[in-house]
Ligand binder design. Structure first.
Ligand SMILES: *Cc1c(COP(=O)(O)O)cnc(C)c1O
Length: 379
């Protein structure tokens, strides 16, 4: 699904030199690379504050802690996402409220969000799934109307640009009140272990969160709030510093691979290719409006599971993200949910399949994969 070796070859010297320097200096935690990476990512995103932390799940949890959400507060998020999003809501004794998604973009359905708002609702967590931003114009408008926080789960869309209806362009993760991201190795900007970060333009919130990631300390050994221990280590920061200047070119390569896939699948009756919902108006070179963390098809003639088997048999990796809706996961069952509330997610879990997507895909591989898929689906 991903080819991390090819990327490494390209940055090997820089990464190896930085790691050797860190080993020599013994500055494993909070070394100069962590601070430098924070500044470089702030500049890249155009956001006032980046707070590095240990992983994307911690990042989400800390966002919610930083906003002061209290047990019993309701947090609305998508039914069709990775479990980390709902997990941290539950862990903090907040009430997860899962809602359906849109059939074409796979992102949270704004009408379903609106319907789910109650007097107890405190926050919305849109997930920019598979590399494309949720409908942030509508989400921010709704949040403002109801006095809600917006926490962007940007684990899958780092580097993506969101174009608003009014023409304003902002990087994913800099639009809501606060955002989280993950540097898990297979994400678009991945390190060589675990890593994550929180972004915000709010000075006060950034200050609160900086203490929270470090045991609630604002002055050494004075613990003002209950915090956690969540740090990005120096070695991971050094890897990320080598990759950040290349993120746009990585995302461009993903975009090009996605366009080749979609071209090959054009006109196929039973194969639905990903929809790009960008309103930027640039149809040719808008390769940052979807950064294709995943390239996900819908197979509409009931052959998805058989196709997975067929690709595996032919040594082509593929993935089903996600095979079970969160509202049907044992850990998150809730008597408030009705199956009729989730028609889209319930259908997506039967139809979606993600094909190999990374920066090293070549034309021959794409041709081989698309032919296998097309021949099998039409058989
Ligand atoms: C990967 C991911 C996370 C969690 O990130 P980790 O660094 O693995 O903890 C959270 N949300 C989404 C949508 C993800 O894809």
């Amino acid at each position: 699904m991903v080819d991390l070796k090819g990327q490494y070859e390209d940055i090997k010297k820089e990464v190896n030199d930085s790691i050797a320097e860190i080993l020599d200096s013994s500055a494993f935690i909070n070394g100069p690379h962590v601070h430098a990476f924070q500044k470089e990512l702030e500049a890249y995103l155009g956001v006032k504050h980046v707070i590095p932390c240990a992983n994307g799940t911690d990042a989400l949890q800390i966002c919610m802690m930083g906003l002061g959400l209290q047990p019993g507060d309701e947090v609305i998020t998508a039914d069709f996402t990775f479990a980390a999003t709902v997990e941290v809501i539950a862990l903090l004794n907040l009430v997860p409220v899962l809602v359906d998604v849109e059939p074409d973009t796979f992102n949270i359905d704004i009408k379903a969000v609106e319907k789910a708002i109650t007097p107890k609702t405190k926050a919305i967590v849109p997930v920019h799934l598979f590399g494309q931003c949720a409908n942030m114009d509508a989400i921010m408008e709704l949040a403002e109307k109801h006095g809600l926080y917006v926490i962007e789960d940007n684990a899958q869309a780092i580097g993506a640009t969101y174009s608003s209806k009014n023409g304003k362009k902002q990087k994913a993760g800099t639009i809501g009140h606060v955002a989280s991201t993950s540097f898990f190795p297979s994400k678009n900007l991945g390190c060589y272990g675990d890593g994550g970060a929180i972004f915000t333009n709010d000075d006060d919130l950034a200050h609160i969160i900086r203490g929270m990631v470090n045991h609630g300390m604002y002055k050494r050994y004075y613990h003002d709030v209950v915090g956690v221990n969540s740090r990005l280590d120096s070695i991971q920061a050094a890897v990320l510093r080598a990759k950040l200047p290349k993120l746009d070119s990585y995302n461009q390569k993903r975009w090009e691979a996605a366009m080749k896939y979609s071209k090959a699948f054009q006109g196929q009756e039973h194969i639905v290719t990903p929809k790009i919902s960008c309103v930027c108006g640039e149809t040719k070179n808008c390769c940052d409006c979807h950064v294709f963390h995943q390239y996900t098809l819908k197979i509409t003639n009931g052959k998805r599971d058989a196709l997975v088997q067929h690709l595996n048999d032919n040594n082509v990796p593929c993935g089903v993200y996600y095979p079970v809706p969160l509202h049907r996961q044992k850990a998150y069952l809730d008597s408030r949910y009705n199956e009729t509330d989730f028609p889209v997610t319930n259908q997506l879990v039967e139809e979606v399949i993600s094909l190999p997507m990374h920066t090293e895909l070549d034309d021959e591989q794409i041709q081989y994969i698309t032919k296998l898929v097309i021949d099998f689906v039409n058989k």
